[in-house]
Design a protein around this ligand. Structure first.
Ligand SMILES: [Zn+2]
Ligand SMILES: [Zn+2]
Length: 302
């Protein structure tokens, strides 16, 4: 780190307004929501406030989910913070490929917005289901009266601390990158964004998955087996059962309801990545005797 000399400190004191936007490079008012970004650039962020596709969180009509691929049933829904516009592609490129770490914070804040929307939406759905006396939504643990009270409080104080707080993820699992990518970039963007979100929302991150290509022993396998192997790009990390055991050790946290696991990635494109991750997670968690609900949270929906 460069040592600041007296002149630089004086300059900073005399010119507190010399804020340069990460995105456009111009001086302007800093956005109160996105650190390092000016108000003008922040105003142009293509937020997905009301996804049209309830499944994958797409802002426009969605032929993919309408086709109803059976593989998509491995997870409940994906929610993304923004549509993958040219500007967003540029921001991500500068962070992910050019290693501009200053983008981590604003991108993390954006992912947090998507998480808060997901939490608010799931909380509302579960409360409504509990009021109707439906047990199916989340193993039916919320007593009806409590749900009604929560709804009433939420309605009375829509911006208060209780709003959207009834639902919280138990676990964030970042999509892993391969060892080669990790070597090239020096960091896993999905994990970094998940950790930023976790730090702000008091959530837990466990890197339960690893990327595996089984390239070494392909020659011993038949064609069908090879294809099956290539589908299994994501596998439980060898340490995953131990990580889960240690995480669950302090005591019974979620008695009676399914574990809420959120897979975190930077972009959702076809859903193939999240599906493969969720299939691996489902197997892992089931083998540890856990009942789970799997979700996907991504920074952008392409
Ligand atoms: Zn700007
Ligand atoms: Zn969709």
């Amino acid at each position: 780190m460069k040592k600041r000399n007296g002149f630089a400190i004086l300059e900073a004191l005399l010119a507190p307004a010399s804020f340069g936007c990460l995105a456009c490079g111009r001086r302007g008012d800093p956005s109160p929501v996105l650190p390092g970004i000016c108000r003008k650039c922040a105003a142009e962020v293509p937020w997905i406030e009301r996804p049209r596709c309830r499944k994958c969180g797409r802002p426009s009509g969605c032929p993919d989910c309408a086709r109803g691929s059976a593989r998509l049933s491995a997870w409940i829904c994906n929610r993304s913070a923004v549509a993958y516009s040219d500007a967003m592609r540029d921001w991500l490129g500068r962070y992910k490929y050019r290693g501009d770490q200053r983008f981590a914070e604003p991108l993390g804040r954006m992912l947090e917005q998507a998480y808060l929307r997901l939490a608010e939406e799931r909380g509302r759905l579960e409360r409504n289901a509990a009021i109707r006396g439906e047990a199916a939504v989340d193993a039916g643990v919320l007593p009806r009266a409590f749900a009604w009270l929560q709804n009433a409080l939420g309605a009375a104080h829509p911006a208060g601390p209780r709003a959207g707080r009834s639902w919280q993820a138990d676990l964030l699992v970042p999509v892993p990158v391969s060892a080669v990518r990790l070597g090239e970039r020096g960091f896993n963007q999905a994990e970094e964004l998940a950790c930023l979100l976790a730090g702000r929302q008091g959530l837990e991150v466990l890197p339960l998955l690893a990327r595996s290509r089984h390239t070494g022993k392909q020659s011993f396998k038949g064609r069908a087996e090879r294809i099956a192997d290539m589908k299994r790009v994501f596998v439980p990390d060898p340490e995953a059962p131990e990580m889960l055991r240690r995480w669950l050790a302090p005591g019974p946290v979620r008695e009676g309801r399914a574990l809420r696991v959120v897979v975190v990635d930077d972009i959702y494109t076809t859903g193939a990545t999240v599906t493969a991750c969720c299939e691996a997670l489902a197997e892992l968690l089931a083998s540890c005797g856990m009942n789970m609900q799997l979700y996907s949270l991504t920074w952008a929906r392409s």
